[in-house]
Design a protein around this ligand. Sequence first.
Ligand code: C2E
Ligand code: MG
Ligand code: MG
Ligand code: MG
Length: 292
Amino acid sequence: AAKADEGHRIQLFDVSMRRAADERYKCIEDLRASLTSGAFEVYYQPLVTVADRRPLGFEALLRWRHPTRGLLLPGDFLQQAESIGLMVPIGDFVIQQVCRQIQLWQEAGIDPGRIAINLSRNNFQLGANIAGLASAILAAGIDPAQIEFEVSETVTFGVRGEAVVEALVELRRQGFSIALDDFGTGHASLMHLRRLPVDTIKLDRSFIVEMVDSVEDRALVRAVAALGRDLGMRVLAEGIETEEQATAVRELGCECGQGYLFGRPMAADAATAWLSQRRRREMRAFSAGAAR
Ligand code: C2E
Ligand code: MG
Ligand code: MG
Ligand code: MG
């Protein structure tokens, strides 16, 4: 009987293992199919000046319109995509979408500002061809000054960190901008920061969340804002959700922001509408000022 029991347990274990493997396999199949079936979309979240909420541009953020699970965020699928080597084709897809959208905006006479594109560690691995991404943008007739590449702080050191820094220097030489994403979550020293070819420091959302109640986080935001100013880098606070946070960020010397308070990530059409509404408001403010 003991033997039979054991056999039963092993079988159960087998079944659940197989189910997990099946699900993983299904997800991988879905991911691959989605790349060609148009189920991936790029959303755009506004980047603004905190003081007067002037649009500076948008961050391109990947979304997956899953056939049964609805609209998925990168947190739901990016790791899986990474584990099966899909980050390079996904990167190509995002670049292609962004280029097309910039062209559409140009044709409509709309200036969207600078568009930020996220790159992951995979985009810098041997054979990933970061230069290919850059030349695809140039081949599309897009001014590199319109594109900012975002790289997480942690990608710039550790394994292949040196190669990443070199690739960033080259991108910058071609006229692209570079943003250091999720700043403050890794272990980048200030010495390291000084060596990096960076235009924008993106202060991680975790500091903004705690800032209103935390003296330490406020001190850090102030220090990074001052450092950015001295090094000639733009400092942008991520994840601003409340007026209180916006005020605090501004008082600490950080001029740029991103967050639900200003605008959520949205589909391209909604981003266009958001932009024209902003511009109309600016025009009104301008003519009101001129009339005074
Ligand atoms: P990230 O680059 O730091 O992007 C900012 C994330 O913060 C986005 O999450 C955005 O929706 C979210 N966010 C913005 N404002 C607020 C706010 O006020 N409150 C809160 N709670 N969240 C806010 P999302 O879109 O889920 O993306 C997560 C991460 O996935 C990104 O973090 C980025 O690392 C990665 N990712 C997104 N799109 C791409 C892509 O096209 N390529 C690559 N390689 N990574 C991407
Ligand atoms: Mg980012
Ligand atoms: Mg970020
Ligand atoms: Mg972040």
